[in-house]
Ligand binder design. Sequence first.
Ligand code: ATP
Ligand code: MG
Ligand code: MG
Ligand code: MG
Length: 470
Amino acid sequence: MTSTNDIRRSFLDYFAGQGHAKVPSAPLIPQNDPTLMFVNAGMVPFKNVFTGLESRPYTTATSSQKCVRAGGKHNDLDNVGYTARHHTFFEMLGNFSFGDYFKEQAITHAWTLLTREWGLPADKLTATVYHTDDHAFDLWRKIAGLPEERIIRIATKDNFWAMGADGPCGPCSEIFYDHGDHIWGGPPGSPEEDGDRFVEIWNLVFMQHLQEADQIVGDLPRPSIDTGMGLERIAAVMQGVHDNYDTDTFKALIAESVALTGTAAEGEARASHRVIADHMRASGFLVADGVLPANEGRGYVLRRIMRRAMRHAHLLGAKDPLMHRLVGGLVAQMGAAFPELARAQSLIETTLEQEETRFRRTLANGLRLLDEATADMGEGDTLAGETAFKLYDTYGFPYDLTEDALRAQGLSVDRVGFDTAMAEQKRAARAAWKGSGEKASDELWYDLAEEAGATEFVGYAAEEGEGQVI
Ligand code: ATP
Ligand code: MG
Ligand code: MG
Ligand code: MG
């Protein structure tokens, strides 16, 4: 079996052998884009190179970039544990051309690596193209010899990429792997495309136009290439399993939480083990890159990820904090490729243990309140916004944790009611201040902002730039 670590190395070596500079992953906190919460695609660290603002001593590059998609425009948090292919933290393998090679070479590289170097069966691969991109369609015929019915024209934004309202943009081509008809799902563009049978493994973006105010105004003088392939997804394919969570890395992490909780990863517990493994990994990488749990901004995204997993640990019957005991296994799997993870191991463990100790003080009581509030509810019912707010405010339940907790019963939460309750609390806090007649100190302001700060990330996410879609 080819390990995930071998696959990463093999990808980077292939492109280095084709003259690409090997570029280490950038940290998860964007260095050049204050509008973006986390790096969520391989191209993010290269944005200024694509636009020409920055120059580098190379025109082609390859990387395996750490990505987090747990907030803002790309939010896969709700998918984790429930689809075979989504993580909050994942690695995006990529090859990039900054005005060097273009469409034909990009498709040739992708096809050569997948089918010749790695020996994947060509008849399991399907490509999509943007509906007007005849050139890409013809190249898939010519280079890969794909039959016409396996080159699917897609007219939606899924196959058109833009850095933002202004800047480079262009069509893209996605490569899908067919895991077989024993799995539910259909080819891209079909009504069943969200199933897990046809899994998108690689997205090739052809940056060729320039747009202003969302309108194409011309062609780039030197078109560029940006590609992204999920390492965990290609690992599943190459390890002959259908599911990312059955790859070597995740099998090892899940085996540890099974051993520590004594609960098998079956039935309802299956999703819990997956969420714990995924979220522990994301938390570890975020802490290693300097994010600590907090009540706003990036730190609140981290807290949401951690606490969500901690509820699942509780569901599995964990009597004591669990998450920190899994970190050693993560370092064993990934510490060689990411030395920052090994360096931060004790900080990650302490942070997780403190957070879990703290959250466990209110978790059981919060869950009891939730049980009482939903006792008479049935599928399709909605939990009152004030109850979700009380859970947030008194018991430290992030909004999405409450949503996740109700998911199995088919219940939802009244988001508008929750926001109203939050706004009311802020208004009351402000009124109380004015009433006191005292000048508020910075410290008081800070405390209140902390207390009420949980909505901050929503506003932040709404303003998030468009540049992160690969
Ligand atoms: P999907 O449609 O499956 O959600 P996507 O179109 O959002 O994927 P892209 O933005 O094109 O994904 O990212 C490039 C590649 O990164 C994808 O082809 C996939 O292999 C991988 N990828 C994207 N999101 C995730 C995720 N949440 N977890 C693991 N891999 C991912
Ligand atoms: Mg997606
Ligand atoms: Mg997609
Ligand atoms: Mg895609």
